[in-house]
Design a binder for this molecule. Structure first.
Ligand SMILES: C[S@@+](CC[C@H](N)C(=O)[O-])C[C@H]1O[C@@H](n2cnc3c(N)ncnc32)[C@H](O)[C@@H]1O
Length: 324
């Protein structure tokens, strides 16, 4: 079995656990995986680690995050040294240390400061105020990833990405225009919240109609696409489904028990939706909980847990009634 991919950037919403299942849809000879909404790039790192793709492109419109990826790839030792300095400087007074770094980050967008803030803040979750400033609080119970562990993750990620990754910061759409026949595009757009209004989890809001139009053009050009979109926990659905006219196949990945439901004494499971272009199903690609054949998922035991902790619940063409 391939060792787990390094994951240097703690990031709420990371697809780290789901990456093995998502990778099951990436054909083995893929030249380039493009992640226009890369965040912590869990799928790209896993794809490189598994030897599934030759190169990856990481893009995120949050510029400090893109700068952090550049630092990981180009100057890993310096990044690890700087992280260690920041981490140690907080020890005398962790709360004041955190606030100081956050204030400075909001002035200069420095990538090492972002790494420290993500490692140290509540749920590793970025939050922004109306002026676009990072305003997440520190997690008072922990000091953030220890420097030695962070260094090991940074160095391992740099080794995996060196010479195989390019990075950009900008709008996702640019990377859809540049995708071609030898690429697979994996999109994990900002999570659709249940409430209307501004979502404080993202520095920028997503225009859903624009995304759907962009996807339609991409799919019409014949580019292979995998989209993580919406979610369901027990009976509750989050967000809408992608429209059937896109012709994507909808797969539900069972992502484990909901922490919130467990706290409330329940046992609802979180289900994550994946939408894939049909060509990715007929290429004989294996998925971790079964094998896709002639557009059908064959899982020998639908209740078996796969090594990544992900269970596949089924798939159906869009327009079919939902899964049982
Ligand atoms: C759900 S997260 C991606 C998580 C990622 N798959 C991972 O494993 O960590 C969505 C990302 O999209 C970025 N983003 C939001 N709007 C964007 C846009 N218009 N273009 C590019 N990136 C955007 C956010 O900064 C965020 O990092």
């Amino acid at each position: 079995m391939t060792a787990a991919a390094p994951h240097p950037i703690p990031y709420q919403g990371s697809k780290r656990r789901l990456a093995p299942a998502i990778l099951g849809f990436v054909p083995a000879d893929t030249r380039r995986l493009i992640e226009p909404f890369c965040g912590s790039a869990a799928v790209s790192l896993a794809a490189l680690r598994a030897g599934k793709v030759a190169t990856v492109h990481l893009n995120d419109s949050f510029a400090p995050l893109a700068r952090l990826w550049t630092a990981i790839i180009d100057t890993p030792d310096r990044l690890a040294d700087d992280y260690q300095r920041l981490w140690r400087a907080q020890l005398a007074d962790p709360r004041r240390g955190y606030d100081r770094v956050r204030d400075r980050f909001n002035r200069d967008g420095d990538p090492t400061r972002l790494l420290y803030l993500l490692a140290r803040c509540v749920k590793s979750a970025v939050r922004f105020n109306a002026s676009g400033e990072f305003n997440q609080s520190p997690d008072r119970r922990r000091l953030g990833t220890r420097p030695a562990r962070m260094r090991a993750s940074i160095v391992a990620a740099a080794a995996l990405l060196a010479g195989r990754a390019t990075v950009s910061s900008g709008d996702y759409a640019v990377w859809l225009d540049g995708a071609g026949a030898h690429d697979v595009v994996y999109l994990d757009p900002p999570y659709q919240g249940t409430s209307g209004g501004r979502d404080h989890r993202y520095h920028q809001q997503l225009d859903l109609d624009r995304l759907i139009g962009d996807l339609e053009r991409l799919i019409t050009r014949g580019v292979a696409v995998i989209v993580s979109f919406d979610g369901r926990c027990g009976d509750r659905s989050y967000g809408t489904r992608l429209p059937a006219r896109l012709g994507l196949v909808h797969v539900e990945l069972r992502a484990g028990r909901s922490a919130q439901a467990t706290l409330a004494g329940g046992s609802a499971h979180t289900v994550e939706s994946l939408y894939v272009t049909p060509g990715l199903l007929t290429d004989g690609c294996a998925i971790s909980a079964g094998v896709v054949q002639r557009g059908r998922v064959r899982g020998p035991d639908p209740h078996r847990r796969d090594p990544g902790g992900v269970r596949l619940t089924g798939h159906h063409r869009q327009g079919d009634p939902g899964p049982p």
